[in-house]
Ligand binder design. Structure first.
Ligand SMILES: [Zn+2]
Ligand SMILES: [Zn+2]
Length: 407
């Protein structure tokens, strides 16, 4: 028997419906904040992610789905959305369009990490990117937009954490200070590897967290400090509660200044629902115009887990199930079904040739609220017996009455 590949899964109803509800909520938020959708390709040149996500990141080093196609080009399944957005922004000169460069994407991403509970090799992300705006108001806007999105879904159990990792200059100075301190600490093997290449990432290590308590914090330059203070002030003025976390550095190379994670304690060790940050130099480093930018990405699977724990988003219309006592009434039944559907009433049937018991079983398994039962009398008098399947009450009525009541 053929099965799904390890690390991949089918998303069945009603989870599929929950995912759709989350996507719809995101789209509504993006409309309100004036973000425009870009539908990105799933496959990109492998080089795109090496240049943007970064050569020394776990994603590029260990987790990329890369492959050579028939023409010997090195390609990759996208592991995240930001590089594609930046590439599209540069390719289509979107900075010259004279409008706000605010984009969103919704799509599946791929990472060949070890499959573990709740983590799959294909997963869905919703992301927002605000390109070409260096102002702290852009940072605050994307953070507040993420907050509105989660609130709209009824999710309350999260804390936004923020930090500033400074600009290239700030980090150049900090690198030396950090390496000097880290040299004297017995770090895990991963971190020993990181010191020479990307020492900042050591701060992110959960294994070594306790050994890093006395590590000196980054000293921000005047501009970076002013920017960070402004972001915090705007958030506070707008009643967005956050926590500062000096250990928050994010695992990607392109971040500068503000980084943030929306954390929850509801999902065990996978504690970030969404995360993001500023990337002031990425667009230029990829050959585009100087476009300081900021954005975030949220995992739909994790959001779905939080929604399931809080509230249900799926509000389906009542389902009407047409049931025929005999196949002789099939045409009359089909006419009713068609009229209901034409009038935007959710209606279904199973098989008019099988027993009424079996048809009612289908009605129940489909979660129908009402059965519309058609027998000899109903057929002859152009009526319908409407049965409420939750309390068993039934009454004689007709199609027009049902349509009128439902409107
Ligand atoms: Zn700086
Ligand atoms: Zn470590």
């Amino acid at each position: 028997m053929l099965t799904t590949v390890r690390g991949f899964k089918d998303i069945l109803y009603p989870q599929s419906e929950l995912f759709t509800a989350i996507e719809i909520a995101a789209r509504e938020i993006f409309k309100i904040y004036n973000y425009k959708e870009i539908r990105l390709p799933t496959v990109e040149y492998y080089e795109l992610f090496v240049k943007s996500t970064g050569e020394t990141t776990d994603i590029v080093e260990k987790e990329m789905y890369k492959f050579e196609d028939q023409s010997k080009r090195m390609l990759a399944l996208r592991p995240e959305g930001t590089p594609g957005i930046v590439r599209a922004y540069i390719n289509s000169n979107l900075n010259l369009k004279g409008e706000n460069s605010k984009f969103f994407y919704i799509g599946n991403m791929f990472r060949a990490e070890r499959p573990q509970a709740g983590r799959y090799r294909e997963f869905e992300q919703i992301g927002a990117e605000y390109l070409g705006n260096a102002s702290p108001y852009a940072d605050a806007e994307v953070i507040m937009m993420l907050d509105s999105f989660l609130k709209k879904l009824g999710i309350k159990s999260y804390t936004p954490e923020i930090n500033s990792i400074g600009c290239t200059e700030c980090r150049k100075k900090y690198r030396g200070v950090l390496i000097n301190h880290l040299k004297n600490i017995d770090l895990c093997d991963d971190c020993k590897n990181r010191i020479g290449r990307n020492p900042l990432r050591v701060l992110d290590c959960k294994t070594d967290r306790d050994k890093l308590k006395d590590i000196p914090h980054i000293e921000l330059c005047t501009d970076c400090r002013t920017h960070y203070e402004s972001v915090k002030n705007i958030l506070t003025t707008n009643n967005l509660k956050f926590k500062e976390n000096y250990f928050l550095v994010r695992g990607l190379d392109y971040y500068t200044r503000t980084v943030f994670e929306f954390k929850t304690d509801q999902l065990g060790s996978q504690d970030a629902v969404a995360s993001g940050g500023r990337y002031d130099t990425l667009v230029k480093s990829m050959g585009g115009p100087d476009s300081p930018s900021v954005g975030w990405a949220a995992g739909v699977e994790r959001i779905a887990m939080l929604v399931e724990k809080n509230d249900t988003l799926i509000k389906e219309k009542d389902l009407f199930f047409v049931v025929s006592m005999d196949k002789a009434y099939s045409e009359y039944c089909l006419k009713i079904l068609t009229e209901l559907r034409k009038n935007n009433i959710r209606a279904d049937f199973s098989n008019f040739s099988v027993s009424i018991k079996s048809q009612l079983r289908s009605a129940n398994s489909n979660g129908a609220k009402y059965a519309l039962i058609i027998g000899d009398d109903e057929y002859k008098t152009n009526t319908i017996t409407l049965k409420n399947l939750s309390n068993g009450e039934q009454k004689k009525t007709n199609l027009n009455e049902i349509i009128q009541i439902m409107h």
